[in-house]
Design a protein around this ligand. Sequence first.
Ligand code: ADP
Length: 486
Amino acid sequence: MTALAVLSVASEVFPLVKTGGLADVAGALPVALAAEDVVVRTLVPGYPPVLAALRDGEAVLEFSDLLGFPARIIAGEAAGLDILALDVPELYARAGNPYLDPTGNDWPDNPLRFAALARAAAEIGLSAWRGFVPDIVHAHDWQAGLAPVYLHYAGEARPGTVMTVHNLAFQGHAAPELLGRLALPPAAMAIEAVEYFGSIGFLKGGLALADRITTVSPTYAAEIQTPDGGMGLGGLLHARAASLSGIINGIDTTVWDPARDKLLAAPFFAARVGGRAANKQALQERLGLAPDPAGLLFGVVSRLSWQKGLDLLLETLPVLLASGAQLALLGSGDRVLEDGFRAAALAFPGRVACRVGYDERLAHLVQGGSDALLVPSRFEPCGLTQLCALRYGSVPVVARVGGLADTVIDANEMAIAAGVGTGLVFSPVTATALEAALRRAAELWRDQAAWRRVQANGMVTDVSWRRPARRYAQLYRELVAERASA
Ligand code: ADP
């Protein structure tokens, strides 16, 4: 097997810059692909923390005019990844969230910022730097969506292109007048290319013109082909079904390893699950919950947005509390939801705790200290928190959508009899169905032996990147072979 070279293009990569699951995937997949003989370099914008991590990096490529800006590519290693940072201070030397200005609005020049990223990816794809000539350019989400578009218009001697959708809700649109500014040819302003209801669609273009499309679970791959789940792109995705596949994400099992996790109060593993008790106690203490080793403690680690369905949890809190359970929530996002959970914590002190903010350390303690992790998402492309929960012995209680449906096996009676259930799965995504799931969880909790079996099944489930990496490698190789024989 010859080694394949892949340029991964993403706007976030863990641990350098992260707002969501995309960063986790961009940070972990390259490492797993190394075992498949796939050499990955990751192109990311040169945000301040990225450049800081590459202080010893080397400028390997310069552009005098990248969409109107002088730009450089700095190559270096950070966090075990081969990073190519696109250094354009005018576009990326901004502190804080990568997409939002200090008032919380999108930076007005986001189209230009991410078109520049895609443009640089295309140039590297076309051998601009002899030090790395990729066989495949793999674009992640709308920020990289124009990479397959630029490459499509670059002629036949180009690498293969893969477009991965991590969340179809974020599509990236720009005013049509920007077409020339983004160095897109007039022909691109067509329904077969980037045109999207009169504007320029970044993800739309990538989905229309990439050789292959992937998304992060088979169920989400099916959902996004429907009028409801397609979010305006369902028709296009359905038309491209033959080129579309779903590959479930893994998690980084070195970052998420309960036996070696320094962010836990006490490490534990499947055969010594009793070690979780110390983490539960620590979590209750840290969040001001009543010490209650015997009660059922639900955890949430989530962005607070409509997608995540946590308004339904607020609605069903009375049922959760009536069963004697507690809730520990870590999240940030919509003000209304933040205020809602703050108010609930005030109304039920010792029973409901809420930490508004982004806190990687606390996220680990919630996973290791809660008994069950709630993920009532209205849609969920893959979801990572339920995968961490499986590994950390927090029994996931999830909506039957997207990757949640593909990763959690409902512990119904037959599944329990067969010894295969790993969590509780409910549908439809309504307050009533969530209430029923909370009651089922309380019932299962009362049967501690059954609970432990479900928990143990989850903890030994392989949630690593091993299998997904093999699938990506296979997809890359098929695409390269297909292009070579064309
Ligand atoms: P999404 O990408 O839609 O936000 P995922 O479940 O795919 O959802 O990934 C979310 C990632 O972000 C997980 O690694 C999760 O642990 C982390 N996360 C989400 N919210 C927080 C938070 N408030 N504090 C710390 N980590 C968080």
